[in-house]
Design a binder for this molecule. Structure first.
Ligand SMILES: [Zn+2]
Length: 606
């Protein structure tokens, strides 16, 4: 009498056959009732017909010792484990998720604590164990001994015609071979034990990290450079497959385990603006370069923190603006009073030699007015002139106050005139009659932007304010400006919330959550490639620099332009409490937690 078995997900013909006392699936495959099941993996609900066990099916292979314990022998299976120093192998916890490594790949355990090398042998090792993201593939096979081979591979979601999602190997990309290990050795954990385990493994996102521990790393990178911008690191899974060695079919029956990469995923939101060189009109990078750089570099770095990136709006080129009037820039003083400020305001169409609006506007300062009052008065006068023109002229002057510099009591103020995206604006100071409220024009005249120092990092230089105040698109996401170079030769600069500081140390709404980055990190492949995620990291962590050289938030690059190297500044550590990473100013924290939780206003769920 044959019997019928209802399959569960993950079952295989060999697995069901062995559980019924057969050597392999041959007898089940020969059973006509199973003919529809032979060309695909079993799925839950499949009805498998198991024929009577006959003597000849029990014939043992000649190349090994096998004991058949009918019905009650443990099934062949595969799972992911981290392992433990003290539990019995089969009692170790089965992992439910895998995370991208936060460690320099050749370093084991705890960065900063005499970490030691990443262990290259089989078995427990404290240096492998101390990195909580390491994993091992564990095979259970009561019929095997010595070592067995599993397959490990990254798989991606592919939508099927019926709307369902199938996870498939990532093929057709130049680094496809790094995204799988065809024969991952798993060694019997102890003589007579049915468990076989691989060495410690890590998920990595670039070839340098892959090669730093070859055979113990699986590449789970994006595929932007290969032309697929849709493939998310955190939408991939890792699949382990173990084939029944005695299966006569081709492909052989197998068991698999598959885990998601990352947990509680979320995305940092960013808009990108590319400055056009005022001398040539050429954008300092292409939209393609900017988009690809943001997608690949942020995905690669932030995957360690289960984060990705969402580009908000359209990446755009922006003309170098020349339309800001600064009042009392950097001086922090009230007006003397009675001084005349006179500005010639010319506004026309882009590319047109003449101006449609050309008037001189003036205000007289009042004693003790703060700069923002003088700026308000000046903006009102300019708007009145626009309104009084015949016909009235469609342009707006917009005042805004700045926070005080460190050490000053009151801040300067600015007036933006017109819209540099649609208007050609020329401003000239004809009179600046109040010595305490000098007027100056903010203009971007070349691609090198003077950058802030310690006392105006929450205010910005006049050039930074001219750029950001014109083109900022909101503080609920990061505004990223691609510029030529920064005056200090820094690679980038960010206006962070300073949420835990006094209000006078916080950037105003249009400036906060904005960053400037030098164009070459976008136009040259892997040229200080951590610059964009680093500057976004300042904003997301609302913090300064980490004191560990391999941290993404370290100051500058200790390894030069090629930050891909294994000790490059590309890690976002996730130290196990009470351990922390030190930052400048004595701050101690967990960089992954900081990135994910310290500025949630610019983050979306996955
Ligand atoms: Zn920095």
């Amino acid at each position: 009498m044959s019997t019928q078995v209802i399959a569960k997900d993950g079952d295989s013909l060999c697995g069901i056959a062995i559980a019924a006392g057969f050597l392999n699936c041959a007898a089940l495959r020969a059973e006509g009732a199973n003919s529809a099941l032979l060309s695909r993996p079993l799925k839950a609900g499949d009805i498998v017909t198991v024929p009577d066990l006959r003597k000849k099916d029990l014939s043992k292979p000649t190349d090994g010792k096998h004991s058949f314990k009918k019905k009650n022998s443990p099934p062949v299976s595969v799972r992911f484990v981290h392992g433990s120093p003290d539990k019995k192998y089969l009692d170790d916890t089965t992992l439910t998720v895998l995370d991208v490594s936060n460690f320099p790949t050749d370093v084991g355990g705890s960065v900063g604590d005499a970490a030691g090398s990443f262990p290259t042998g089989f078995g427990f090792d404290q240096h492998g164990h101390d990195d909580v993201d390491t994993f091992k593939v564990e095979v259970h096979d009561p019929g095997a001994g010595g070592t067995v081979n599993a397959k490990l591979e990254a798989v991606k979601p592919v939508k099927q015609a019926d709307g369902s999602i199938q996870f498939q190997p990532i093929t057709g990309v130049p680094d496809a071979d790094l995204r799988k290990i065809d024969t991952l050795q798993c060694k019997q954990v102890a003589s007579g034990n049915i468990a076989f385990r691989s060495k410690y493994m890590r998920l990595v996102v670039d070839q340098q990290d892959h090669d730093a521990a070859a055979g113990q790393t699986l590449l789970t990178a994006d595929a932007v450079d290969a032309g697929d911008e849709t493939l998310e690191i955190l939408d991939q899974r890792v699949r382990a497959t173990y084939e029944f060695s005695r299966c006569p079919a081709s492909p052989k029956c197998n068991v698999t385990a598959e885990l998601d990469i990352g947990e509680n995923e979320q995305r940092a939101k960013v808009s990108v603006h590319i400055l056009q060189d005022p001398a040539t009109g050429n954008a300092l990078a292409t939209v393609d370069q900017a988009r690809k750089s943001v997608l690949k570099y942020v995905r690669q770095l932030y995957a360690q923190a289960s984060m990705g990136v969402k580009i908000i709006g359209t990446i755009r080129n922006v003309l170098a603006p020349t339309n800001l009037i600064a009042i009392a820039n950097a001086n922090g003083q009230p007006a003397v009073g009675g001084g005349t400020i006179q500005i010639r305001v010319q506004v026309g169409k882009p590319g047109q030699a003449t101006f449609d609006f050309d008037q001189t506007v003036q205000v007289v300062t009042n004693a003790n007015d703060p700069p923002v009052t003088t700026a308000n008065n000046l903006a009102a006068a300019i708007n009145a002139a626009f309104a009084a023109a015949t016909p009235s002229f469609a342009a707006t002057a917009t005042p805004s106050g700045n926070p005080p510099l460190v050490g000053q009591a009151i801040g300067s103020a600015d007036v933006l005139v017109g819209d540099p995206l649609t208007q050609n604006i020329s401003l000239s100071v004809l009179a600046s009659g109040d010595i305490a409220h000098p007027a100056a024009i903010g203009r971007i005249l070349n691609t090198n932007i003077p950058d802030f120092g310690n006392n105006d990092s929450h205010v910005g230089t006049i050039e930074e304010r001219t750029l950001v105040k014109n083109y900022d698109t909101g503080s609920d996401h990061i505004d990223l400006f691609v510029i030529g170079t920064l005056g200090s030769t820094a690679l980038g600069e960010a206006f962070i919330p300073n949420a835990s500081s006094a209000a006078t140390r916080q950037p105003i709404t249009s400036m906060v959550n904005s960053a400037l980055i030098f164009a070459q990190t976008v136009t040259t492949t892997d040229h200080f490639h951590t610059t964009i995620p680093h500057e976004m990291g300042h904003i997301l962590m609302d913090n300064n620099h980490a004191l560990v050289a391999t941290e993404m938030m370290g100051a500058g690059s200790p390894v030069g332009a090629n930050e891909r190297v294994v000790n490059g500044p590309k890690r976002i550590s996730d130290p196990v409490p009470p351990r922390t990473i030190g930052f400048t100013g004595g701050f101690q924290g967990n960089p992954v937690t900081m990135l994910r939780t310290d500025n949630t206003g610019v983050i979306d769920p996955w």
